[in-house]
Structures are given as structure tokens and as C-alpha cells.
Design a protein around this ligand. Structure first.
Ligand SMILES: Cc1cc2nc3c(=O)[nH]c(=O)nc-3n(C[C@H](O)[C@H](O)[C@H](O)COP(=O)(O)O)c2cc1C
Length: 132
């Protein structure tokens, strides 16, 4: 019910997301309760990261998804207007081989090689720690 409302990996133009049998086994939809506040700031990001770290610890893989057809999903799952749909965490047993590469020429686009390894360029610690 959830899969059709989400978009996967915009940089991989030839890939339309995981096929049946490789799709996430579970999802967590993080909602913001607008009766408490209308401004959700960074809290859901912190929660999402903690959940992903916990999932990784027990051998699961996950993907945070923000590209969501929100009104379609709201109807499908009868989510009341009081709740803002903030993020979806898709979880499952990972099947892909991930290779972390250094970022070159500021290009952070992930890509797949001919053996279908998924390459993700990441900035180095030296670049991330800013010294003035
Ligand atoms: C806030 C946020 C929103 C994201 N939204 C999407 C999305 O809508 N679709 C998608 O395929 N990946 C999305 N991603 C990327 C993946 O969750 C993931 O970060 C990416 O595949 C790289 O994996 P890594 O962060 O484990 O290196 C999003 C990431 C973040 C942090």
C-alpha cells in the first residue's frame, strides 16, 4: 500500500526502484502532530537517524524517504489532517553491495557499476571538520 506513494533514487535514471521480492519488508512513517506544534524543525531527523542506526545494528538496511506523494498516502492509510507526513523509513534485509567512494569534483551523485555495486561518494572527515 505504501510503495506506490514513494520515489526512489532520482540519480539512477534507468532504475525504477526495488522489484517485487526486493522491496522493503516494513516501513515507519514519521508523523508530526500539528495539535502540539506546526514547526517540526530537526527532531524527526534525529529520530530517523537513531532508528536507522538501531536497524543497522541488528543487520537490517534502511532508506530515509522524503520524496512522498503525501496526499495519496494520506488517503490510502486514512491519516488524519492533524498529522503532517514528515519522513518514511523503509526497512528490510539489505541485498546490495555498497561501496563508499571519496567525493571528486564536488559530485555526490551515487551510481551503479556493471556488477551492480552501489557506489556512494562521501566527503572525507578532513573536509567535514572545518578549521578557521
Ligand atoms: C532526509 C532524507 C531524505 C531522503 N529522501 C530520499 C527519497 O525520497 N528517495 C530516495 O531514494 N532516497 C532518499 N534519501 C537517500 C537515502 O535515504 C540514503 O541516504 C541514500 O541512499 C544514501 O545512503 P547512506 O545515507 O546510507 O549513505 C533521503 C535521505 C535523507 C537524509
Amino acid at each position: 500500500m505504501i510503495f506506490p506513494s514513494i520515489a526512489w533514487a532520482a540519480y539512477l535514471k534507468e532504475w525504477h526502484g526495488p522489484v517485487r521480492g526486493e522491496r522493503p519488508a516494513g516501513y515507519i512513517i514519521i508523523l508530526g502532530d500539528k495539535s502540539i506544534t506546526e514547526s517540526f524543525s530537526v527532531d524527526h531527523g534525529i529520530a530517523a537517524q537513531s532508528i536507522m542506526l538501531g536497524a543497522t545494528e541488528i543487520g537490517l538496511g534502511g532508506c530515509m524517504i522524503a520524496s512522498i506523494k503525501r496526499e495519496e498516502l494520506r488517503k490510502t492509510l486514512s491519516i488524519p489532517d492533524r498529522f503532517e507526513i514528515l519522513l518514511i523509513l523503509a526497512l528490510g534485509k539489505p541485498v546490495e553491495n555498497i561501496i563508499i567512494d571519496p567525493v571528486k569534483d564536488n559530485d555526490i551523485k551515487y551510481w551503479r557499476d556493471e556488477k551492480l555495486n552501489h557506489h556512494v561518494p562521501k566527503r572525507s572527515l578532513d573536509e567535514l571538520i572545518i578549521k578557521f
